[in-house]
Design a protein around this ligand. Structure first.
Ligand code: PLP
Length: 389
């Protein structure tokens, strides 16, 4: 069989591969602490599960409109307008099975072969993968630890040219947990207005921010029409397996993205959308409790890692990841990640899988119990002290 050339340009998300390797070790009887996969360890709140069960009983089992149920789009628009200050209505919202398809659809709708996409590096690997897959040029924007993983406006400005069509932002950031500084967001908006490029603002972790209020670039003057906000239910509501996300975008772009939905998925499962409506309308106390618990875990991880020889760890302000610097261990990221899995029973991700600028780091997801995090820190400490001898 021969495959289309474009398949050689499609990347992947390493977390799923490491998970598979970890599971294979577990089948051999090994104990592994899973800090590789980016999903809340909490169950979806009961009231959301109940709403889905009721929706199934009520007959929400048929096709729905490709862009999403009108009442759900309206509710999302109302909430994002009120909470994030994004001027939008139902016509700006497209609901998708998970937030990931929004990356695909926006790039398919906006980019010609040879157009340039500027994306965060280190960053979520799918931005670069999809941009390259569809024939665009993916240009990295280094997010460096010495700048607290904030975007360098001067570097961004230098990289903008007539082919620049899209700039991808992600705040709070996977893998570092950093939050873009407000002055950086303002600076990017200024450049977007001046040079007329589109922004894909991945705000999937916006409600998991421990300090300061989330600032959406789409809320700044003149930015809603040149920004697509990507968001969803996977992280905030512990609904990764449900596959429920959405984009908020300019309304003509929304009709194109809805057509891409018609051509690919037809629609997002209607009972899942009803559950999403319940999630937004119901009590948010459980969600606040999850975020408070993530914060305790963050503090444990940051303090625990900073106490270990050869490791320093930036204190993230959002998401549920830490991205410690491991250069002083003398090991490469991939080498250390493999050794930790095989010898210390810790599954984590090598920083380089988030792009070349992630080398020298590991990513630990702390979406795991405090007990397991204590175990992982202890095993890591033992592993490092044995190596130091
Ligand atoms: N954006 C970022 C930065 C992520 O880390 C993830 C998931 O890991 C997603 C988007 C995808 O979210 P979903 O599961 O809703 O497709």
């Amino acid at each position: 069989m021969t495959f289309a050339e474009r398949m050689s340009r499609l990347g992947t998300e390493t977390a799923f591969e490491v998970l598979q390797r970890a599971r294979a070790l577990e089948e051999q009887g090994r104990k592994i602490v899973h800090l590789e996969i980016g999903e809340p360890d909490f169950d979806t709140p009961r009231f959301i599960r109940q709403a889905a069960a009721e929706a199934l009983e009520e007959g929400w089992t048929h096709y729905g409109p490709s862009a999403g149920l009108p009442e759900f789009r309206k509710l999302i628009a109302e909430r994002w307008r009120a909470e994030r200050g994004i001027p939008c209505g139902a016509e700006n919202v497209v609901v998708t099975p998970g937030a990931k398809p929004i990356m695909f659809f926006i790039m398919l709708a906006l980019l010609e072969a040879g157009d340039e996409v500027l994306y965060p590096n280190p960053g979520f690997s799918i931005y670069e993968s999809v941009a390259s897959f569809i024939g665009a040029r993916a240009i990295p924007l280094p997010l460096l630890e010495e700048r607290e993983f904030d975007l360098d406006l001067a570097d961004l400005e230098k990289k903008i040219n007539s082919r620049t069509k899209l700039v991808v932002l992600n705040s709070p950031h996977n893998p570092s947990g950093a939050v873009l500084k407000p002055e950086t967001v303002e600076g990017i908006a200024k450049l977007a207005r001046r040079h007329s490029f589109h922004i894909l603002s991945d705000e999937i972790y916006a409600k998991i921010q421990y300090e300061g209020k989330h600032l959406s670039i789409a809320s700044l003057p003149g930015m809603a029409e040149r920004t697509t906000v990507l968001d969803g239910f996977s992280k905030t509501y512990a609904m990764t397996g449900w596959r429920l996300g959405f984009g908020i975008m300019e309304k003509t772009l929304a009709t194109h993205v809805a057509r891409l939905m018609t051509n690919s998925n037809s629609c997002t499962a209607t009972f899942v959308q009803r559950a999403g409506m319940a999630a937004l309308s119901g009590p948010q106390a459980e969600i606040e409790a999850m975020v408070a618990e993530f914060r305790v875990r963050r503090d444990l991880m940051v303090e625990g890692l900073n106490a270990l020889p050869g490791i320093t760890c930036f204190r993230p302000r959002g998401a549920f990841y830490v991205f410690p610097n491991i250069r002083k261990t003398g090991m490469k990221s991939a080498e250390l990640a493999t050794a930790l899995l095989e010898q210390a029973g810790i599954a984590c991700l090598s920083g380089h899988t988030f792009g070349a600028h992630g080398e020298g780091h590991l990513r630990f997801s702390y979406a795991n119990s405090l007990d397991n995090l204590h175990t992982a820190l202890q095993s890591l400490g033992e592993f490092l002290s044995v190596r130091a001898r």
